[in-house]
Design a protein around this ligand. Structure first.
Ligand SMILES: Cc1cc2nc3c(=O)[nH]c(=O)nc-3n(C[C@H](O)[C@H](O)[C@H](O)COP(=O)(O)O)c2cc1C
Length: 204
């Protein structure tokens, strides 16, 4: 395990990594990522999260095909939309086309009671996903929260034998960042632009 970095360094530098070295990710690291995820809060502490660790090449290939199709139907295959920087588009395209080669995919899921999906259901799995991303940063791994697979959720659930009462929340490719794939700093709006005081829209 690498030397640990500070909490705020991890928060400030965690970012979407979409290109990976082929080096395998040791089981112990994957276990640690999931353990970090399970330290997150969830509604009534139900901990209904479930994590699928996918290393099988054929499964990764099939999931990659669905993901790539979803990406093409969402964004098309032509010129990048102007709101997506060219570099990110290139990395996103690369990942979509090479998901099968990512060392490990982690599918974060949540069990539910059959009611329609709600914000609070998401609120009981996405904190765990964020913990996992931060832990990946801490271990010198890269990952990115992705959701395009949702367009083929039924097919992917069928492929992996995921039961009806389970929703998939995020597909997380995990590996060591490729040379040139860098951690943050990230570009985010400053606090004063996103914070109001006492009345909506009021700055300090
Ligand atoms: C709910 C959600 C869904 C996302 N889905 C995808 C996705 O399907 N594919 C992808 O490449 N990135 C996806 N992302 C990653 C975002 O594009 C990324 O976090 C954002 O652009 C910030 O990138 P940065 O951390 O490198 O600054 C998603 C992020 C969130 C929060």
């Amino acid at each position: 395990m690498p030397e640990e970095i500070g909490l705020f360094e991890a928060i400030y530098t965690q970012r979407a990594i979409r290109e990976f070295k082929p080096d395998p990710v040791p089981d112990e690291m994957v276990r640690k990522l999931i353990e970090a995820a399970t330290k997150a809060p969830s509604g009534s502490n139900r901990q209904s999260w479930r994590f699928m660790v996918i290393r099988d090449y054929e499964l990764k290939r099939k999931i990659g095909e669905y993901y790539n199709q979803a990406r093409s139907s969402r964004y098309g295959t032509g010129a990048p939309p102007s709101n997506i920087p060219a570099g990110r588009r290139a990395a996103s395209d690369y990942m979509a086309e090479h998901l099968r080669d990512v060392p490990v995919l982690i599918l974060a899921c949540i069990e539910h009671d059959g009611a329609p999906s709600t914000m609070s259901r998401g609120g009981s799995i996405y904190p765990a996903v964020q913990n996992l991303l931060l832990a990946a940063r801490g271990l010198g791994l890269g990952s990115v929260i992705t959701s395009l697979h949702k367009r083929y959720e039924d097919e992917i659930k069928g492929l992996l034998g995921i039961p009806e009462n389970v929703e998939t929340a995020a597909l997380l490719p995990v590996g060591f960042p490729a040379d040139g794939a860098r951690y943050g700093p990230t570009r985010r709006a400053p606090v004063h632009e996103v914070t109001f005081y006492d009345r909506w829209g009021a700055s300090k």
